[in-house]
Write a protein that binds this ligand. Structure first.
Ligand code: SDX
Length: 426
């Protein structure tokens, strides 16, 4: 794989460091020889570190390009269903008609949950954050599906991937219903993935004539696709690191959900709406932006570790936002506020110099709110959609030999010192 070398020179001795080129993107330098030279590499926040080789997703941050198995995200979002994207993430390319039918049937068959799982919800207070419930309940799935826990068995790994993708909408909707004290709804055979999610969220047993609103379910499906995967982001890296210990896939996905919850990551969509609520009106935008420049607050939904241009997902999200609000005849003042923030951020040198563009989380909250989804559920929806990416990376990790992830450190603590008895301590 290597076609040339960089060189580390220490005390006059040269250590060749193989340069490895991938299909797209920056080549990497294999730094294994640092150990022989007596060093560790130092890269807080993994800003320049590639811990894995992957074939699943590629981002060109400079161009604002995102490919899943080579397919551009805007093509996928506008022309494929989320489950087709899941199939591509899992298997390497979009399904043909027969593969699609078979995959959809497997997902439908596994979309229910063990009835005893309902008791897990009853242990939570009704006002529990749904992400707290999801971390607990998804991890608990490993207590139910013992026929899918042998991570060395390919069949176990495959059925678990299907189960997780199939059950996340059901569990997510249950976490919402529980918070409202409403009865759980179960998926219907005549609804597709996104239609079922909205049905389980908003229908009640009394809604015998419940009808799907295609504007909402199509937008929901597109939002799932826009959140499906994103290279080695913090939560995906968490899933891989947990998986490298041999932990079962449900535990690994629960770890990913926990990592996603943070406001710097998947929790940003909820934080965007809170920020817009705090700003209140367009008149307050300028003062808020001054607070951002004084670093008193962050402009949530802006900035990205990789994109130094527009997040291509934000573009599709904005188009979807206009479609949904237009179709529903909603004139949401938060959209006007968001557009004013975006306009300033794209023109003001403070933001331009720092490459702060809207990311996937900036407009998603406005659409989700228009669909009727409460802010507390926004990150749950992100976790639901990202499960396909997480489990695809987990499967990819298991597809070749791997070692447990065990980073090193720069130690700056106390050198060795004498023990002091309690009575002698000052
Ligand atoms: C997601 O990794 C992924 O792919 C994630 C994700 C995915 O699909 O998995 O894309 C999903 O997490 C999107 C990001 C959602 N988070 C937010 O919207 C929260 C707000 N954004 C910031 O927290 C921040 O932009 C990060 C965390 C997203 C990225 O941070 P970095 O890459 O570590 O950038 P940085 O902190 O080094 O910032 C560089 C400069 C700093 O200013 P200076 O010190 O140079 O003066 O930009 C500033 C930062 O203060 N900055 C911001 C800012 N983001 C960065 N200033 C104000 N508002 C912001 N949002």
């Amino acid at each position: 794989m290597s076609n040339s070398n960089a060189t580390l020179t220490v005390d006059g001795k040269d250590y060749p460091l193989p340069i490895i080129k991938g299909t797209l993107g920056r080549p990497v330098i294999d730094v294994a020889a640092f150990q022989e030279a007596g060093f560790w590499t130092y890269d807080p926040g993994f800003k320049v570190t590639a811990p894995v080789e992957s074939k699943i997703t590629f981002i060109d941050g400079g161009k604002g390009e995102l490919l899943h198995r080579g397919y551009p995200i805007d093509e996928l979002a506008n022309n494929a269903e989320y489950l087709e994207v899941c199939y591509a993430l899992l298997h390497g390319e979009l399904p043909n008609a027969e593969q699609k039918t078979d995959f959809y049937e497997k997902i439908r068959k596994h979309s229910g949950v063990h009835d005893q799982l309902r008791r897990f919800f009853e242990g939570f207070r009704r006002d529990a954050h749904p992400m707290a419930i999801m971390v607990g309940v998804v991890g608990a799935l490993s207590a139910f599906y013992h026929d899918g826990l042998d991570v060395s068995d390919e069949k176990h790994r495959e059925i678990t991937a299907i189960r997780l993708i199939a059950k996340m909408p059901t569990l997510a909707a249950m976490s919402y219903k529980y918070s409202r004290g409403e009865p759980f709804m179960y998926p219907r055979n005549d609804f597709n993935y996104a239609q079922n999610f909205l049905y389980m969220m908003f229908a009640t047993p009394a809604d015998v004539d419940y009808k799907d609103n295609p504007v909402l379910s199509n937008a929901m499906d597109k939002i799932f696709t826009l959140h499906a995967d994103h290279e080695q982001n913090a939560s995906t890296s968490t899933v891989r690191l947990a998986g490298s210990t041999g932990a079962n896939p449900y535990a690994c996905i629960a770890a990913g959900i926990a990592a996603l919850w943070g406001p710097s990551h998947g929790g940003a969509n909820e934080a965007v709406l809170e920020m817009l609520d705090e700003i209140g009106t367009v008149e307050n935008v300028d003062e808020f932006m001054e607070k951002v420049k004084r670093k008193e607050v962050k402009l949530m939904g802006f900035g990205h570790r990789v994109y130094k241009n527009f997040d291509p997902r934000a573009k599709v999200m904005k188009e979807t936002c206009d479609e949904v609000l237009g179709a529903l005849g909603i004139n949401d003042p938060k959209l006007e506020l968001a557009m004013k923030l975006e306009k300033i951020a794209l023109e003001d040198p403070y933001f331009v110099e720092r490459n702060l563009y809207p990311n996937v989380d900036f407009y998603s909250g406005i659409i989700l709110k228009a669909i009727g989804i409460p802010t507390s559920m926004f990150t749950v929806i992100f976790a639901l959609a990202r499960t396909a990416g997480w489990i695809s990376h987990w499967l990819e990790m298991h597809s070749t030999p791997f070692k447990i992830g065990r980073p090193r450190q720069l130690y700056t603590g106390q050198a060795r010192r004498e023990f002091v008895k309690l009575e002698d301590r000052k």
